[in-house]
Design a protein around this ligand. Structure first.
Ligand SMILES: Nc1ncnc2c1ncn2[C@@H]1O[C@H](COP(=O)(O)OP(=O)(O)OP(=O)(O)O)[C@@H](O)[C@H]1O
Ligand SMILES: [Mg+2]
Length: 248
C-alpha cells in the first residue's frame, strides 16, 4: 500500500524521483535516516525517507505516536540534521551548511507554528506578530512594518484584539496569532507540528481552514503534522509515516 495520497498534483514515486515533477522542488529528502542513541540503545526514528514537496503545496504528515513526525519536521525545519542521507531546501544541500547558515535559512525562509503556541506572554498580539521582524530586520520603515502586521492580524481575524496579551485570548485565537507570526517574514515554508492538538475539533478545523486560505492566497507552502483523522481529510496531500518509514 502506498504511504501517500493526493487529491491533486503528481505522486512521488519510490525513491522520491518522479519524472513528471519539476526538478525545482522546495524540499527534497533523499534516503534520510535519523538515529537517536541513548546509552547502548539506538532508535531509528526515520528509516530512509525519500520525499519531495513543491512550492505551494499543502501537505499533512500523519502517523501514530512515535512514528517520527516531529523528527521529520525538525529536520525539514533545520532544527536538527539527518544522521544519513541528503536534504535539499530550495536546491541547497542543508547537511553541509554550517550552524549560522542554517539559522539564517530558518529565519528567512521558514515560519513555525507550535502545538503549545509558544507566544511571548508579556507582549500583546501586535507585538508578538511583529517580533520576528525586529529579530530579523528587513529593510522596511516603521510604518510599513505596522501596515504589514495589521494586515496579517486582519487576515487571521484578530484585528480588534491587537492589544490583547496571549492569556487574554482563547486557544484558537492564540493559534491564529501564531499563524500570523509565522507568516510575517514572508517565509517560503510554514511548518506546524500538531498545531491543533490543544484545540477542540471546531477550533482545530477553523485553524486548518485558515492555513488553507493563506496557502491559496499567498502560495506559501504548508507542511503540518497531526494524528487527528478529521484534520487529515482537509489536506490536499497526505504523507503517512509508520515506524519512521513513508511506506507501510
Ligand atoms: N531526542 C530523542 N532521543 C531519543 N529518542 C527520541 C528522541 N526524540 C524522539 N525519539 C524517538 O524517536 C521516535 C520518533 O519520535 P517522534 O517524536 O518523531 O514521533 P512522533 O510521530 O512525533 O510522535 P507523537 O505523535 O507522540 O508526537 C520515537 O521512538 C521516539 O521515542
Ligand atoms: Mg510529535
Amino acid at each position: 500500500m502506498s504511504s501517500e495520497t493526493r487529491t491533486q498534483g503528481s505522486k512521488v514515486a519510490d525513491g522520491g524521483r518522479d519524472v513528471s515533477r519539476p526538478a525545482s522542488a522546495l524540499l527534497r529528502l533523499e534516503n534520510v535516516w535519523k538515529k537517536y542513541t541513548i546509552g547502548a540503545d539506538v532508535v531509528d526514528a526515520l528509516r530512509g525517507i525519500d520525499l519531495e514537496v513543491d512550492s505551494g503545496e499543502f501537505t499533512v504528515v500523519s502517523g501514530p505516536s512515535g512514528s517520527g513526525k516531529t523528527t521529520l519536521l525538525n529536520i525539514i525545519g533545520c532544527l536538527d540534521r539527518p544522521t544519513e542521507g541528503r536534504y535539499l531546501f530550495d536546491g541547497v544541500p542543508v547537511a553541509s551548511s554550517d550552524f549560522d547558515d542554517l539559522a539564517e535559512l530558518r529565519n528567512r525562509k521558514i515560519g513555525f507554528v507550535f502545538q503549545s503556541f509558544n507566544l511571548i506572554p508579556i507582549l500583546n498580539c501586535y507585538e508578538n506578530v511583529e517580533f520576528p521582524l525586529l529579530v530579523n530586520p528587513r529593510p522596511m520603515s516603521a510604518s510599513e512594518r505596522r501596515a504589514l502586521v495589521m494586515d496579517l492580524l486582519k487576515e487571521v481575524g484578530l484585528e480588534r484584539y491587537w492589544k490583547h496579551k496571549p492569556d487574554e485570548l482563547s486557544g484558537g485565537q492564540k493559534q491564529r496569532m501564531a499563524v500570523a507570526r509565522a507568516l510575517v517574514t514572508g517565509p517560503r515554508l510554514v511548518l506546524a507540528d500538531e498545531p491543533t492538538a490543544n484545540l477542540d475539533t471546531k477550533t482545530a478545523m477553523s485553524i486548518i481552514d485558515l492555513m488553507l486560505e493563506l496557502n491559496l492566497e499567498k502560495g506559501t507552502t504548508f507542511l503540518f503534522s497531526t494524528h487527528d483523522h478529521r484534520i487529515v481529510d482537509r489536506a490536499r496531500r497526505i504523507i503517512q509515516l509508520t515506524d519512521g518509514r513513508l511506506h507501510v
